[in-house]
Design a protein around this ligand. Structure first.
Ligand code: PLP
Length: 378
């Protein structure tokens, strides 16, 4: 092997999954006959049906991206006032609330799986609370049972930002079948992608009209606009990418699983590095969407930032995901200082997501781990 070029090879934190080119061309060919490029065309329909089957879900609506899907979900559920949510997430979750005039109320997370701490939710409920918006961070399921109980008891809507959780099951049950609505993101960097795209999964049929109207300017018929709506439609080229990628998804998740197991094996005896405990968890069929480590600087002998920089020097690009916390963004500075979020701060200050994608080679994982161990002086 050419040692030089092997060590120089850039390893990025993620790499989008693409189907074989011929497969994609085959899928989009028909568009040149029909000239039907968007507005819920035949490929959209095909993907929707494919996803219903794959996810074992009753209702699926597809959108231009996950963020717009979340926006539509919030509007369709007529949320008002305050929404209890997590600060440990991507900008989208919080922006979707604030741009809809809602006040996010931040609940701390749990130190084991980084999802919202269901035991701290009830204390935050006021007469203004209309919903809980929780995130299946890294595809690890929230405590859906407890959150459903709380939502029911207090007559709150329950939305899951399941952007990371496509294909995940909990005790055999598809993750999107919990709560009122779940949102998936099909962004290029996610486990399953449609280039840009998103979906809403829900069980209450009475939501269908609104979820569809909001996607297309509120237009219900040629001469009837019934709702003030958005333009959030998924186009045919994006849907075609989804149709192709869906065929390879299970294989890709298996490849991610192998990479995750390699990481786990190499790092499991490393004091100061905490990983998601996925190997002993028989309740969750995970999608291995990310591989976060949390670096305890005392035990590890180095900080998260030492690892970030040291890896970068070796052409290995990791991501501080999620850092900073949403509550520390410039655009929200000073607005949410009243919340006690010690666990979220602890994790955000120490987390590093390592390279993870289907085509990550075993030798790449090996190289990443060797660099980590050498920075730690091991
Ligand atoms: C990616 C992501 C989104 C937004 O999805 P897009 O498809 O990029 O709009 C929302 N929430 C979380 C947690 C995400 O990771």
């Amino acid at each position: 092997m050419n040692g030089g070029s092997y060590m120089d090879k850039k390893i990025l934190v993620t790499r989008s999954s693409l189907p074989p080119l011929e497969e994609y061309i085959d899928e989009i060919k028909g568009i040149w006959d029909t000239c039907w490029m968007t507005n819920m065309g035949p490929i959209y329909q095909k993907l929707e049906q494919g996803l219903k089957n794959y996810l074992s879900c009753k209702n699926v609506e597809l959108y231009v991206n996950g963020h717009m899907a979340l926006d539509v979900a919030i509007k369709a559920l007529h949320l008002t006032g305050e929404v209890i949510t997590t600060p440990y997430t991507f900008a989208s979750t919080t922006h979707a609330l604030t741009l809809n005039g809602l006040t996010p109320v931040f609940c701390d997370i749990k130190p084991d799986d980084y999802t919202i701490d269901e035991n701290k939710v009830e204390a935050l409920i006021t007469e203004k609370t209309s919903a809980i918006l929780a995130v299946h961070v890294y595809g690890r399921p929230c405590n859906v049972t407890k959150l459903q109980e709380i939502a029911k008891r207090h007559h709150l809507k329950l939305i899951f930002d399941a952007a990371h959780a496509f294909g995940v099951r909990l005790n055999g049950e598809p993750i999107a079948n919990f709560g009122d609505i779940s949102m998936f993101s099909f962004h290029a960097t996610k486990v399953f992608n449609t280039i840009e795209g998103g979906a809403l999964i829900y069980s209450d049929d009475s939501l269908t009209k609104s979820l569809e109207n909001l996607r297309n300017f509120g237009i219900e018929g040629p001469e009837s606009v019934v709702q003030v709506g958005l333009n959030a439609k998924m186009n045919e080229f994006a849907a075609a990418m989804g149709v192709c990628n869906l065929r390879h998804l299970d294989e890709n998740i298996q490849k991610r699983k192998h990479a995750a197991e390699c990481y786990y094996e190499r790092l499991k005896d490393c004091a100061g590095i905490r990983m998601i405990d996925f190997q002993d968890d028989c309740h969750v069929d995970w999608n291995y969407s990310y591989f976060p480590i949390v670096v305890d600087e005392k035990a590890a002998g180095c900080t998260r930032d030492d690892l970030f920089k040291g890896l970068q020097k070796e052409n290995i690009f990791t991501r501080k995901y999620f850092f900073p916390l949403v509550t520390d963004y410039e655009c929200y500075r000073g607005k949410f200082e009243q919340y006690q979020l010690p666990v979220a701060h602890y994790v955000a200050d120490r987390v590093l997501t390592l390279p993870m994608y289907a085509d990550l080679e075993e030798e790449d994982v090996e190289r990443v781990c060797n660099v980590i161990l050498s920075i730690m002086g091991k």
